[in-house]
Design a protein around this ligand. Structure first.
Ligand SMILES: [Zn+2]
Length: 326
């Protein structure tokens, strides 16, 4: 049983037990206290709390999350350094948990021993999943090479779509695929679920995952796709999670996906310090804003905040195995 700064346990069930133990089942105060306890309890299932963006006020950020009902936070690893930092945050805060993984945009810095190191880190009792890992074709190397214009030809620059660009892109895609697959194998071996990052790589990500069907469950974090894409994932036994993008007016596909996603198949997250929801769009995001995401999701699905909190918290507890953690 973990406690948050109010010295109450994190899960709703545990909180109720605690209150009943404290005041007694027959006390006239019991219904009153239980009503107070039964507030929206949320989990930020994807944050980057170890990032330097939070160095100046991390403890206050965590406190604000707890005050907003975000009683548990998962800090996500993106390489060995951030995976270690996520674990060390989890060690110093009872209600913070960690994942360890190698993000596709970090593969250039990784070495042959990275996955062995991840395997060691994954043994930590507060590591609740592997990831984030996957494929990201949004920022391939070709875009950082000199672009084609008359001066670049004169100085030996290459045209977009030229052999150099294509080779550089193919090389990085191949490296991403190798590390993705290694981490998938690791997850199967360690019986851990996975946090997937996919950007502009839908077909390849699904093709890579296909052979693992039935052996591995994943959450496609920061899902912003269509209802049809979401269905493809559910058919393979995977889940999705929604960020502050849900609050953006122009996210129409995503709004439809949020309406149609079956309860139990989705969680909430902030992906902080990125993707702050309205009305904080463009500013630093923080775990407390999970509540704003929850409110928007509740409005789109015609439910109350408490109902959405209950559904998403229970789904995340199962996926991230909070129930079986020490
Ligand atoms: Zn992330």
């Amino acid at each position: 049983m973990s406690t948050h700064p109010c010295f109450l346990p994190s899960t709703l069930g545990e909180r109720k037990e605690f209150v009943l133990l404290f005041v007694g089942k027959n006390s006239p105060f019991a219904p009153l206290l239980l009503g107070y306890i039964d507030q929206a309890v949320l989990i930020d299932t994807h944050s980057h709390l170890d990032f330097p963006d939070f160095d100046a006020d991390r403890e206050n950020v965590i406190l604000r999350a707890m005050e907003a009902g975000v009683t548990r936070i998962i800090s996500i690893g993106t390489n060995l350094q951030t995976s270690r930092a996520a674990i060390s945050l989890a060690e110093s805060h009872p209600d913070i948990y960690a994942t360890v993984g190698l993000h596709p945009c970090e593969v250039e810095e990784a070495s042959d021993s990275t996955c062995d190191e991840l395997e060691k880190l994954a043994q930590h009792p507060k590591v609740v999943a592997l990831g984030e890992c996957g494929l990201d074709y949004h920022r391939l190397p070709s875009q950082s090479l000199p672009s084609f214009d008359s001066t670049s030809v004169a100085t030996g620059g290459t045209a977009p779509g030229s052999e150099d660009h294509l080779l550089a892109d193919a090389e990085i895609k191949n490296r991403q695929a190798i590390f993705f697959q290694e981490q998938l194998d690791l997850a199967v071996r360690l019986k851990l679920n996975m946090v997937i990052h996919q950007r502009d790589s839908w077909e390849d990500t699904l093709a890579t995952l296909k052979p693992y069907s039935g052996r591995l469950r994943c959450v496609f974090h920061c899902f912003s796709g269509t209802p049809d894409q979401a269905r493809q994932l559910f058919e393979l036994g995977h889940s999705i999670s929604f960020t502050g993008i849900a609050t953006f007016k122009n996210a129409r596909n995503l709004h439809e996906s949020i309406r149609q996603t079956p309860a139990g198949s989705f969680f909430l997250e902030t992906d902080c310090p990125y993707l702050a929801p309205e009305p904080h769009r463009g500013k630093r995001c923080e775990p407390a804003y999970t509540r704003l995401v929850a409110e928007k999701v509740a409005a789109l699905r015609g439910k109350t905040l408490k109902e959405i909190a209950r559904e998403t918290t229970s789904a995340a507890e199962k996926f991230f195995r909070f129930t079986t953690l020490p």
